[in-house]
Design a protein around this ligand. Structure first.
Ligand SMILES: [Zn+2]
Length: 406
């Protein structure tokens, strides 16, 4: 048994504890509380970490490790459409070796910045062996595209990856829909059907650009041109004339096991629909700034009571994969909200969104001992100092060797 002691313990499941302690037994948390109480009669090893905070590993609900080789190759854009075009071009120029090296480096960076669990979106399956052999726990979303797939089908018929025995037999794998402008209604249904027979978790990029809103409303514009250039356009396509969430709701794709991502163009009534259906929205606010997608409508989302978690998206569309950067951005841009809200979204909410909150997301007895320490100097702006230090890479794992992967 080891007791980790510091000036602050942030359980997330409860308020911050001044002069707190976390007792770890094996790979599990045994006790959390004020050090004066927890250490009474304690006979194990005591690790005194000094000024700073002990907190749970963070949960990055949305990454694309396979785009990590694009780090520094796609500059930030003012228009999202320009970012998408630049990313597609740059990705096409990456060699398999660059993709592999990018995955390995990004996984290491995720771990070093305090991520214990990630929602990884793959287009090829290339990141899976890295995740299997690395320390991160994960849920793997294999992303499907197919605007021109119009007839009803079972997913493995057109996406053979899902027919592999190791895929069909793994609980940590789901099918994901890329976005409403790149996935047909038949493909949305095939994805939902495949997921429903397993964990039920699914993911889709949603309401990320004005072009997406226009496209679903019938003003084809940018996406008609893009789909034509990629040979995927459907000449007699009939737009649903609905907002992106209303369209997905009609397809039966929303619900408590669905993670929608971005949501920068959501209206207040869209937010109500996500809240009513208990659909998750993963905020990636720095990525949205990088790609020119705008900013998520945080006041409307909080007002509606939408389930929120955090992600960084990829290194093609963000400066780094450090989730404390997202928390810091939200803390600085929404000063009326308490800092504890963003830490909860980046830990416990993320674990709930990925269905792993029995193991991760808070310092709670019985959960995995996936905890770290961030040194703090005692600023009066506690949350600002915490997120700034985390974003600067000050995270240090405690009990590193005892934190198992999947
Ligand atoms: Zn994404």
């Amino acid at each position: 048994m080891i007791a980790h002691v510091s000036s602050w313990v942030l359980p997330v499941s409860g308020p911050p504890i001044r002069d707190g302690a976390v007792v770890v037994q094996g790979d599990r948390i045994a006790a959390v509380g004020p050090a004066a109480e927890v250490l009474t009669g304690f006979t194990g090893l005591i690790c005194e970490h000094g000024g700073g905070a002990i907190l749970p590993g963070v949960v990055n609900c949305h990454v694309h490790l396979e785009f990590s080789g694009l780090a520094g190759k796609v500059p930030p854009q003012a228009r999202w459409e320009d970012w998408l075009e630049a990313t597609l071009t740059a990705y096409g120029a990456l060699s398999p070796e660059e993709i592999e090296a990018g995955i390995a480096q990004a996984m290491e960076a995720l771990w070093q910045s305090g991520a214990v669990l990630a929602g990884e979106v793959t287009n090829t399956g290339a990141s899976w062996p890295h995740l299997e052999s690395g320390p991160l726990s994960y849920h793997l979303f294999y992303e499907c595209l197919g605007f021109d797939l119009l007839k009803k089908f079972n997913l493995p018929e057109l996406f053979p990856w899902f027919g592999r025995p190791e895929v069909a037999g793994t609980a940590w794998v789901s099918a994901a829909a890329h976005a409403p402008y790149s996935v047909s209604a038949a493909l949305f249904r095939a994805i939902a059907e495949w997921n429903a027979a397993r964990s039920g978790l699914q993911m889709v990029h949603l309401a990320e650009s004005q072009a997406e809103i226009d496209f679903l409303a019938g003003g084809n514009g940018f996406f008609e041109g893009l789909l034509q250039r990629r040979g995927r356009w459907v000449p007699d396509y009939q737009a649903p004339r609905l907002s992106p969430p209303a369209y997905l709701h009609r397809l039966g794709f929303l619900g408590p096991r669905t993670l929608t991502v971005h949501g920068t163009q959501l209206t207040a009534s869209d937010c109500d629909l996500l809240a009513e259906t208990k659909t998750w929205l993963v905020l990636c606010p720095r990525a949205n700034r990088f790609t020119g997608a705008g900013a998520p409508p945080v006041p409307d989302l909080l007002q509606a009571g939408v389930n929120l978690a955090l992600g960084t998206d990829s290194l093609a569309g963000n400066w780094d994969l450090n989730l404390f950067g997202e928390m810091l951005w939200l803390y600085q841009n929404f000063p009326a909200c308490p800092g504890s809200l963003w830490l909860r979204q980046g830990t416990l909410n993320g674990a709930r969104a990925l269905g792993r909150d029995r193991e991760f997301g808070s310092l709670t007895p019985g959960k995995k001992a996936a905890l770290g320490f961030i040194p703090l100097g005692g600023s009066r702006d506690f949350w600002g100092e915490l997120f700034t230090a985390g974003a600067a890479g000050k995270w240090r794992w405690l009990e590193l060797a005892d934190v198992p992967g999947n």
